[in-house]
Ligand binder design. Sequence first.
Ligand SMILES: *Cc1c(COP(=O)(O)O)cnc(C)c1O
Length: 373
Amino acid sequence: MKKRIYYTKPSITEREVELATDAARNGWGDRCYEYINRFEEMFRDYTGAKYAIATSSCTGALHMGMAALDIGPGDEVILADTNWIATAAPITYLGAKPVFVDILPDTWCIDPEKIEEVITTKTKAIIAVHLYGNLCEMDRLLEIGKKYGITVIEDSAEALGSYWQGKHTGTIGKFGTFSFHGTKTMTTGEGGMFITNDENLYEKVLTLSNHGRSRAQKKQFWPDMIGYKYKMSNIQAAIGCAQLERIDELVSRKREIFHLYKKELGNIDCIHMNPQKEGTINSYWMPTVVFDKETGVTREELLMMFSQENIDARVFFWPLSAMEMFESMTNNKNSWDIPGRAINIPAYHELTKPEVERVVGILNTVLKKPVIK
Ligand SMILES: *Cc1c(COP(=O)(O)O)cnc(C)c1O
């Protein structure tokens, strides 16, 4: 059996081990928030955000951010049908309703033209999810938000290191959230971040994140409201600090790997990969290949071929509206159609050129197979 190629794997050096060990050994008592504070500061520096709050997950960061915007029962929040459940779930935690909109055929992010059709008096927010590192059309989303008085939020879990017109993702809308799950560009094991430039929103989320205890409250153990418990531990933050010291290296390796694939596959007309549109920098979290319909290539065939070669392949996100708990939205044509002829391909820090070539080899073999009609 050929050596296994994983679709993703964190890059952990002696530095991460060193800081995590220090946190485990010394990061208690007076020093129990040291790495958390440092991690938040480094994250502000990297993204250019004014405020940052480390959390236990991106899901938690989204939950608190939307709670702070007073999103609740009866409200609606618009997002792309093509998504991981983590973006939609917190909407439902608050008793609000996720409204799924189709994606663009090239960036696979929310189609701005489809948003206005579903806006109602109940619409409170639009969540821009920068899928696989690709950028949403932020100018259009902000314009729509302004026109209807709706808040634009950025779920940037997949877009650390991606920029839109010189601004880091997550700093363009009202607030941004990130994930440091082991599959993401940088990791803390599990973890997330909430960022914003809005001081009031920051204070509100800070209070919510501390079981509703305001910074101004002098009384001990006296919450001013019901909050949440979505904090990051000091040990996780220590790993995060080491990863952020290496962030340029982590992001540039993602871009290098994408370009290795692109060099081999880029001039095949019937294959489409993550785009990098003018005015944007794509951090290519997850290189993705979408085959034209005419090729007859299917997800099932791709999964089978990859598994035969001992390579992980990951399905393109299913439309959320196809799932049991949501209303089916088959009109979202691209969201329903693209996953059937697409695949995410491996990209992790230590992936080698010969390994990239093995992956490319499979894609070429699949393409050359006669179409069975
Ligand atoms: C990974 C991911 C999340 C969830 O992150 P957690 O840290 O696991 O909560 C949310 N949104 C998107 C778009 C993601 O890719």
